[in-house]
Design a protein around this ligand. Structure first.
Ligand code: UD1
Ligand code: MG
Length: 456
């Protein structure tokens, strides 16, 4: 590790018109957070001392998303060189290494940035290190013109390139590591006399060489350098991020039976020896302990599941669901803002919201905590070892004591003391022979009507 400090300038003033969105492009999410936040995270990982995002006007949302990292506003969009210059009032003089990144190219890894910085500090002391790559289709990317020794001579934009230069398959990703002590001197000399009439950041290569400095490049992986300009590319990037998360989970000891069908959030935490069956979706803020089984088709967000619990199939855990050790949440069960303590079972067709379910309690099929009166939410407290019969409505606020039993089909509106049986349904009556007499009466009536119809 070198002692030199690093700053990052992230270019994000582009409007992203091809996204056809009211949201700035860099705010579109990947794995549950804005793409710009992925870059901020990567910049944090390499320990960058400073980061300045260059944004357009009316992009306060982006400034908020990257805070406490700083932002600079580029009012007119006059090219990538102009965009880097817009960071100057915020970054000021910075003698360390300056990385230039693109907000819409968020998949770049810390390893790649480290490799660029290592090249920056190689013996030749290049003023600029460019991240190049060789895509299947070099398209309209800028071309890296190199010498036989692997030095970088200049970058030529596609529109300005000759046919020979267009035949070069090594292209500019846009990512650069620049010697901060000369950055502004280089940027000051970038003009706009070119095919696009823009201030090209890429011109700093030739300018640095004219100053007698060398420039270099490192080669990156095309997948990491995917730029997002459309919803289709956003989906491609989501796939890559999900594949990374799936691989990370499996490497940390989590079994994914059909990885491609499991969708994680950037912050999902899963303990080892947990098994995740197919078609499970994680929203933000989920922590799953060790040895848990998440069965197929479950949807989990903002929830914590302790060790050895079982969830699903078809379970929905919403924010602030806390599932205790060894507890069981079965099919078509929704849990919201509720604690289900150790060993409790909520096995079928149930809604538990704003509640506590005590340890080892058993909640019968079709139980509902009636937590909302149309205005306010109220709490239901179910004690340890309680047994709630099927199809019970618990009208909150209400308390069922430890070890109490509620008879099936009850509507519980008053507290149930510990170890008490509560039943609220009407008493059952039995009339002997009634069913048989009923059937005979109705059969005779049906026969009489059929005979009448045949006559007419
Ligand atoms: C740029 C490079 C090209 C490279 C390509 C890789 C230049 C001159 N060209 O071309 O060599 O192959 O990226 O994708 O640098 N931006 C601003 N303000 C501006 C202009 C751009 O913030 O005034 C931001 C955009 O939001 C975007 C990034 O900079 O994130 C790149 O801009 P873009 O217009 O896409 O550059 P390209 O023409 O594709
Ligand atoms: Mg572009």
């Amino acid at each position: 590790m070198s002692e030199t400090q690093t700053a990052a300038i992230i270019l994000a003033a582009g409007l992203g018109t091809r996204m056809k969105s009211t949201l700035p492009k860099v705010m579109h999410p990947l794995a549950g957070r804005p793409m710009i936040s992925h870059l901020i995270d990567t910049v944090d990982q390499i320990g960058a001392a400073r980061a300045v995002c260059v944004i357009g006007e009316e992009m306060e949302g982006v400034a908020k998303a990257v805070a406490p990292r700083e932002t600079a506003v580029q009012v007119e969009r006059l090219g990538t060189g102009h965009a880097v210059a817009a960071a100057r009032p915020v970054l000021g003089d910075f003698a360390g290494d300056v990385l230039v990144l693109y907000g819409d190219t968020p998949l770049i890894t810390a390893d790649t940035l480290e490799a660029m910085l290592a090249m920056r500090h190689s013996a030749a002391n290049p003023a600029v290190v460019v991240l190049g790559f060789r895509p299947d289709d070099p398209g309209a990317y800028g071309r890296l013109v190199t010498d036989a020794q692997g030095g970088l001579l200049e970058i030529v934009e596609y529109k300005d390139a000759t046919d020979d230069q267009r035949a070069i398959d090594l292209v500019n990703s846009g990512v650069m590591a620049i010697d901060g002590s000369v950055l502004w001197s280089l940027i000051d000399r970038v003009g706009n006399d070119n095919a696009k009439g823009e201030y090209y950041l890429t011109d700093i290569i030739a300018i640095a060489r004219a100053d007698g400095r060398t420039c270099a490049f490192v080669e990156g992986d095309e997948q990491e350098l995917l730029g997002i300009n459309s919803r289709a590319e956003l989906a491609d990037a989501e796939w890559i991020v999900q594949e990374r998360l799936r691989r990370y989970m499996m490497d940390s000891g989590v079994t994914l039976i059909d990885p491609a069908t499991v969708h994680f959030c950037h912050d999902t935490q899963v303990g080892r020896d947990t098994v995740i069956q197919p078609n499970v979706v994680f929203g933000p803020g989920v922590t799953i302990g060790e040895g848990v089984t998440i069965k197929a088709f479950s949807h989990i967000e903002g929830a914590a599941v302790a060790a050895n619990a079982q969830v699903g199939p078809y379970a929905r855990l919403r924010p602030q669901a806390m599932i205790g050790e060894g507890a069981k949440i079965g099919n078509f069960v929704e849990i919201k803002k509720a604690t289900v303590e150790r060993g409790a079972k909520v096995s079928h067709l149930t809604y538990i919201g704003d509640a506590r379910v005590g340890a080892e309690a058993n909640i019968g099929a079709g139980t509902i905590t009636c937590n909302y009166d149309g205005f306010l939410k109220s709490h239901t407290d179910i004690g340890a070892g309680a047994f709630i019969g099927s199809n019970t409505a618990l009208v909150a606020p209400v308390k069922v004591g430890d070890g109490a039993i509620v008879g099936a089909g009850s509507v519980v509106t008053k507290d149930v003391p510990a170890d008490t049986l509560a039943v609220t349904r009407a008493k059952q009556v039995g009339i002997e022979g009634w069913a048989k007499a009923f059937r005979e009466r109705r059969a005779a009536e049906k026969a009489r009507l059929a005979a009448l119809k045949n006559k007419s």
